[in-house]
Structure formats: C-alpha cells, structure tokens
Design a protein around this ligand. Sequence first.
Ligand SMILES: Nc1ncnc2c1ncn2[C@@H]1O[C@H](COP(=O)(O)OP(=O)(O)O)[C@@H](O)[C@H]1O
Ligand SMILES: [Mg+2]
Length: 270
Amino acid sequence: MATMAETPDREPRPGNGGSPGERPTASPPAAERLLEAVGLEVAYGAIQVVWGVDLAVDRGQVVAVIGPNGAGKTTTLRALAGLLPALRGAIRFAGHDVTGEPAHVRVRRHLSMVPEGRQLWPRMTVEENLLMGAFPPPLRPRARQGLEKVYELFPRLRERRRQPCGTLSGGEQQMCAIGRGLMAEPRLLMLDEPSLGLAPILVEQVFQQIRSIAAGGVTILLAAQNANQALAVADHAYVMEAGRIALAGSGAELSASDHVRRAYLGIGDA
Ligand SMILES: Nc1ncnc2c1ncn2[C@@H]1O[C@H](COP(=O)(O)OP(=O)(O)O)[C@@H](O)[C@H]1O
Ligand SMILES: [Mg+2]
C-alpha cells in the first residue's frame, strides 16, 4: 500500500526560501494536494464528452464523483489515469504535470485505477489475478508483502486464493479487483463504480472497505452512480452532469442539497 514515508516530490511551497511568514490561508498547503485537474476536456474522436472539469483530491481524502449514467465519470477517470488523452486542460499528480504521460508512467507514480466491471481473468486464480497488479518490475520484489496486506484487508481472498476468479461471487470479485489495484502500491487509487451490480448488503461492505483502505493511508477517488453510499463515505464530492461538474462540496453538504436529494437520493419533493 502507499508508503507515505517516501514523498520526495513535494511541491515547492510559496514562502520556502523566500520571505517567511506569508502563508496562504484560504486553501490547503500545496503539499497536501495529490491530484488536480484544471479545465480538463476529453473527446472520443470528434465527439467531446467532458468539458472544463476542475477537480482536486488532497492526500488522505476519499473523493467521490457522482452523476447519472453517461455523465462522463468513467471518461474523466480514464483521462486522469492516462488511458485517454486530454483534449484540453492540465493534470497534476504529486507535484508533477502528468498531462501528457502515458498510463504506465502514471502507474509508476503510484496512480492506479480499478476499472468498472472488474476485468479480472476468470480462469486464473485469485492469487494470480492479484499478482498481476504487481507486474511492473519495480513492484515484483515486494509482491509477497503486497499479497499479505491484501489478505489482511480481505481475509476472504486468502481463503479463496487458489480458486479461479470466475467462480467467486460478485462481491468477492470486487474485492479481488480492488486488491489487485492495491498491489500496485497506489498513493491514489481510483475506483470506477466499485459497487455496481452488487446486492445492497455488499454495497455497504464495499464502501466500508473503501473507508478502511483510506484509513490505511491510500487516497481514494471513486466514481459512482450510487450516490447514497458514495456521499456517506466521501470527504469531498463532485456531481457530474452532461460532461460538466454541476456541483461540488463536502459529502455532507451535497447530501443536504435539494438538487442532489431530488435527483440522486430520491428524497424530497417540491
Ligand atoms: N468509447 C467510447 N466512444 C464514444 N463515446 C463514448 C465511449 N465511451 C463513452 N462514450 C460516451 O461518453 C459519454 C460519457 O460516458 P461515460 O464516461 O462512460 O459516463 P459515466 O461513466 O458517467 O456513465 C456518454 O455519452 C457515452 O456514450
Ligand atoms: Mg461509468
């Protein structure tokens, strides 16, 4: 999991080496900002689907992007991961401009993504699938340790480690996909629809697990149609509609917003 000890690439802070005592108070210190997208726009060929997205994730936070199907959540996450190019705008991660960097370079910076639909290898065992997450050579020497951490977090996966992934329940497969993401020792773990298709009791479980991963020091950015649970665990959240950020605020603020309550939580009327 993310090793907070090795943080060589902090952003220079205003005031360092300059005139002391002048600290901006309105926003958190720059060193706390892990991921930032400014004016991000993404297109599939000639069809633009994401417009002017400003989004920030601070170290240690759980941040959620909620919104209806087709709003552009997956597209945004894929662009942040480097799986789709940014048409316009900039992406900074851990103090670096990563806008033009391919996905595998961002993975080496410990930015990893668990895709929607899990995308596991059904005939490979749980353990083999997990080990795929530590495939990049720099990670391999620590793969055993990584497995131990994943098994501590998900004891169920230890029990089933020799079983083909295709024979797991939906909830167990989701654990396996998240575990594989953790094998890359992410500083930021992006989870696309972590609870889609799961029974309500498992949905709750997955979000509890997300909380404990965050408590273990991994920053989380998740995209979810399931606004209820996402807002309950999120420190900060964005509402995405038709390719744009329509609203942003703390999980609690958004849960209290009339628009969010009507459109996403099924509560309240006019
Ligand atoms: N591979 C693709 N090619 C063209 N259009 C796409 C592709 N993937 C998604 N889209 C379109 O982009 C928009 C945003 O989709 P997506 O990011 O998947 O939304 P969400 O994750 O919020 O459901 C939708 O209109 C969708 O139809
Ligand atoms: Mg999606």
